[in-house]
Design a protein around this ligand. Sequence first.
Ligand code: ATP
Ligand code: MG
Length: 179
Amino acid sequence: MLKALEIAGFKSFADRTRFDFPDGITVVVGPNGSGKSNIVDAIKWVLGSQSAKSLRGKEMADVIFKGSQSRGPAGSAEATIVFDNSEGNLPIEAPEVHVTRRVFRSGEGEYLINNQPCRLKDIKSLIAGTGIGIDAYSLIEQGKVDRMLQANAKDRRVIFEEAAGISRFKAKKVEAERR
Ligand code: ATP
Ligand code: MG
């Protein structure tokens, strides 16, 4: 369902770069420091990662390309995740759904769904139940399997509820009760 990732000015990727994820397994290989983990950081960032630390930086602006010997720093960073929605798994009537996050040096930023400005909340509810969110199980990083195994019953239940597609309805219920 994750079809592609496009990043520009994000960490070590100064130029606009597109990664396609065809069906099956995609493996990213490269020397140390070549930017493999930065690709995963970009996905987490678009999906709303709010802490610079979880993106291996000190502050949010650290995601913006900081310049190199041969070129100046970028003014903004952006990343777009392209979801394949040909089977209509996402509650939007479009064969492809583009989710974008952009941030400027001023600290201002924005989220977009198919180029329309939206709130992070809209992105979270869009992907709830798909298993793709930052707290879900599609992104399995070092240490995560351990954490899942050692989680207490309540935390583990959250993981299963996401897998079962229940979390989407729970989030809606909380929202409705607040009104
Ligand atoms: P390893 O195999 O060691 O895990 P990796 O391929 O995962 O390496 P990354 O951690 O993705 O490598 O990339 C680290 C590189 O990204 C470093 O060279 C770092 O200088 C660069 N980098 C991080 N943030 C920025 C930024 N804001 N601007 C420019 N370069 C950056
Ligand atoms: Mg790495």
